[in-house]
Design a protein around this ligand. Structure first.
Ligand SMILES: [Cu+2]
Length: 478
């Protein structure tokens, strides 16, 4: 173990605080000694929720960097052969979508925190400064490391008290997809958005790790924020109302823009309290890696949906050979919706004629919703409280997309340039390749037999029954 830098000195703590609040130029003006500045790396802050360009490594072994959806990669400092990072756990304001800001906890100005990218074999030193009102720690989920660096408060280390800075140091021993999160008052801190991604790139060509042209990553999150408020309810166990990718909700999640023919890797980690079947349209992918490392080739099979269970990571790969705008989303239909009052009866098929008028005499703002399904909600000019967004929203080239939450678009374009991640706009469909309305005559539906369309006659004819489908009103556990 190399000599630890002196971080206990109050002068240096002071430097780090000034860094955080004033920025680099103010620190220079504060005439701090060079020794103090050299002792702890700058805590780089990010104020934007836009997807940052991939961070090309300036020092150390080269690698092909990842792109963090609506996120960024933490710059490091190379000091005596060690990659040094500085994470700051702190309250942040996260724009989840245009017009909707949440008061969360995160790292270095954002939730989730910045992605940390290193190379297999790197010695890594991470300074963690706690600017939260309570204790914290950082657990490096999935890593092989010395036990005392595992970040479990009380078990492997004392908690990091508010105002303290701790140092974690270990060698990134195996390449793969990892994440980091607190292991202190986890229920509160993860419900408040404290999490981050970690990628360890292989140090040389690896037989089970393909070279890809695009490498995306994001974390699945869930929040319970009452419409009109900004702070998550941290006691919620199952009835969350916001389902996020990197603490963003559709239409605030950036699209994944690729060039036709690219090999694409998407890495997903789940830090919610339920599973998420992640589904891609138009392509088949293979799960090429999990939290445990690369999947042996004989154990891979093609699929279009992969379930990411709680606490798991999945890394999928495919050739993006079909041009178009392909939906990419969680397949739990409630997870592609945004916040609303859930205690609403299903009203499909209910005749409301005259009902609204009668109720309007009592409640002037009353509106009937859902008579023909909920799709109208996307276009409805409903008065919403401040700082929230509709349950279903988003405008596509053909109209309302009627989605929310965990939904984005894979945009595959022939003329997207290598390394260009900018949004190419909507897909221009070739002539004759868009579903269209049939305006000819409609024949009577063919039936198998006279008995109401059944292929076999019933043994004993009885009275027919019709049932109505009704959502459970409790709505827990969705
Ligand atoms: Cu889901």
């Amino acid at each position: 173990m190399p000599a630890r830098p002196a971080i206990e000195s109050p002068t240096i703590m002071e430097v780090s605080r000034r860094h955080l609040f004033l920025g680099a130029s103010a620190v220079a003006a504060a005439s701090v000694s060079r020794v103090a500045l050299a002792a702890i790396p700058e805590a780089v802050q990010q104020s934007s929720a836009a997807t940052a360009a991939p961070l090309l490594p300036g020092t150390g072994r080269p690698y092909n960097p990842v792109v963090t959806l609506n996120g960024w990669t933490l710059p490091w400092r190379m000091r005596e052969g060690v990659k040094e990072f500085h994470l700051v756990a702190e309250p942040v304001v996260r724009e989840m979508c245009e017009g909707f800001k949440a008061h969360l906890w995160g790292y270095n100005g954002q939730s989730p925190g910045p992605t940390i990218e290193v190379v297999e074999g790197d010695r890594v030193r991470i300074y963690v400064t706690n600017k939260l009102p309570e204790v914290t720690s950082v657990h490096w989920h999935g890593q092989r490391l010395p036990n005392g660096m595992d970040g479990v408060s009380g078990l492997t280390q004392p908690s990091i008290q508010p105002g303290q800075t701790f140092v974690y140091e270990f060698v990134a021993r195996r390449p793969g997809t990892f994440m980091y999160h607190p292991h202190a008052d986890e229920m509160t801190q993860m419900a408040m958005g404290m999490m981050g991604f970690w990628v360890t790139h292989p140090k040389q060509r690896h037989p089970l790790i393909a070279e890809v042209q695009r490498d995306f990553c994001f974390l699945l999150g869930s929040y319970d924020i009452e419409p009109g408020s900004a702070t998550p309810k941290t006691m919620t166990m199952s009835d969350f109302n916001l389902w996020t990718w990197n603490s963003r909700i559709f239409p605030g999640i950036d699209s994944l823009n690729v060039r036709q023919g690219d090999r694409v890797r998407i890495r997903v980690g789940n830090l919610t309290m339920t599973n998420h079947p992640i589904h891609l349209h138009g392509h088949e992918f293979e799960v090429t890696g999990t939290d445990g490392g690369p999947v042996p080739k004989a154990a891979r099979w093609p699929e279009v949906t992969t379930d990411v269970a709680v606490g798991q990571m999945r890394q999928v790969e495919f050739i993006a050979d079909e041009a178009g705008d392909w939906a990419f989303h969680c397949h739990k239909s409630h997870h592609t919706m945004n916040a609303m009052g859930h205690e609403v009866e299903t009203l499909i098929g209910v005749d409301h004629t005259g009902l609204a008028k009668k109720i309007n005499r009592l409640i002037p703002d009353y509106m009937v919703m859902g008579e023909r399904g909920m799709a109208d909600m996307g276009e409805m000019e409903m008065p919403l409280p401040d700082n929230t967004i509709p349950m279903m929203t988003g405008q596509g080239p053909f109209g309302g997309v009627e989605m929310g939450g965990m939904f984005s678009i894979l945009k595959v374009r022939k003329n997207q340039k290598a390394g260009d991640y900018s949004d190419p706009g909507w897909y221009q469909h070739p002539k004759g390749e868009v579903a269209f309305e049939w305006t000819g005559a409609l024949p009577e539906p063919a039936r198998f037999a006279a008995e109401g369309g059944q292929s076999m006659p019933r043994q004993k004819p009885g009275p027919s029954a019709e049932v109505k489908v009704r959502k459970p009103s409790g709505h827990s556990g969705h």
